[in-house]
Design a protein around this ligand. Structure first.
Ligand code: FO1
Length: 322
């Protein structure tokens, strides 16, 4: 049961824009406060076909996190995982660079079968989320093909080859999203953003370049966010000049962008009403055009995720009154 937040209008809904690990942690905090008043718009540009299966890493991270099934230490996949399938694949000389756990495999097989039977990705995810008792609506930003390509000093790499196989080691020179010019915005995302009940849009602290940009690249999404009239609050993924997890800071260095929250604000320019930054960076607000609120942004456990969710909603509520 969601625990309503006194500082946020109880008749309003919220849309969260979300990538994988960091984003899912905040989505979990928002789920605790909002339940089915939350819609999570999720990146699909990390998706790929592997061993005959459709793998959707960010959707799966959000499903496992909100469903209470995620492996908190690894950051992806399921808790209590076993690896017999991978061991047997290795024994047969198969591809082992991308690890599919035995329990995780069930989700990929189920999704692949339902897609082959004609369901859209949105329908597949809604069905699985409902079976797992997840109250918020989990919405792929598009049901069409959208794929991240990373231009590096080792050539142009498909996202998972860059991220998992090459462990983000190649130097990034540019990032593009194949299919962004033809991918159609998920109609359920348009509906959530045009609802008169919408009270806030929260951009989660996922990697802005790899996880949020592909969502924003889908035609119509930015417009729908702006037209909604709801305050847009981004939670900065930078704490003390570093990203908590993953390659955000490394990529910013390689793209010659200063690793500060001011850079994040600049990146989302034209879209943001407010930027929530870490309390430790409260002095570091020079050059941020949006309104700034400082609060602890490190999410180490459920209470800190709920606390950050509460801070972001209360901030949005204050912005909506201006
Ligand atoms: N990340 C890894 O670093 N190594 C893996 O072998 C790996 C397997 C994997 C399988 C299913 C899945 O849904 C995600 C998986 N991830 C793995 C995570 C993932 O690919 C990345 O964290 C995201 O794409 C970045 O958001």
């Amino acid at each position: 049961m969601p625990v309503p937040d006194a500082a946020f209008n109880p008749s309003k809904n919220v849309v969260a824009i979300c990538g994988g690990v960091g984003g899912a942690k905040l989505a979990l905090g928002l789920q605790q406060l909002l339940g089915d008043r939350l819609s999570v718009v999720i990146n699909v540009a990390d998706d790929f076909d592997h061993m005959g299966l459709r793998i959707c890493p960010d959707l799966d991270t959000v499903i496992y996190t909100l469903g209470g099934l995620s492996d908190e230490v690894r950051g992806w996949g399921r808790a209590d995982e076993t690896w017999n399938f991978m061991a047997a694949t290795k024994q047969l000389g198969g591809e082992c660079w991308f690890a599919l756990g035995d329990r995780d495999l069930a989700l990929h097989v189920e999704r692949t079968q339902r897609l082959a039977a004609g369901e859209t990705l949105t329908e597949v995810i809604a069905g699985i989320a409902s079976t797992l008792g997840i109250a918020p609506r989990l919405l792929p930003v598009t049901d069409d093909k959208l794929r991240t390509k990373v231009a590096t000093d080792a050539g142009v790499l498909d996202f998972q080859r860059y991220f998992v196989e090459r462990r983000c080691e190649p130097v990034v020179k540019g990032i593009s999203f194949e299919g962004a010019d033809t991918a159609r915005l998920n109609p359920s995302v348009s509906a959530a953003l045009s609802s008169p009940q919408l009270g806030a849009i929260i951009i989660c602290p996922s990697n802005p370049y790899l996880s949020i940009d592909p969502i924003l690249a889908v035609a119509g999404l930015r417009d729908a966010m702006t037209r909604s009239g709801a305050p847009v609050v981004a939670v900065s993924p930078i704490i003390g000049g570093r990203a908590v997890k993953g390659p955000t800071a490394k990529i910013m260095n390689e793209l010659k962008i200063e690793t500060t929250s001011a850079s994040i604000a600049k990146h989302y320019a034209g879209l943001l009403d407010g930027l929530l930054i870490d309390s430790g960076d409260a002095a570091d607000v020079e050059g941020i055009a949006a309104r700034v609120h400082a609060a602890p942004t490190l999410m180490t456990d459920l209470p800190s995720r709920v606390a950050l969710a509460r801070e972001s909603l209360a901030f949005a509520e204050r912005l909506s009154r201006h």
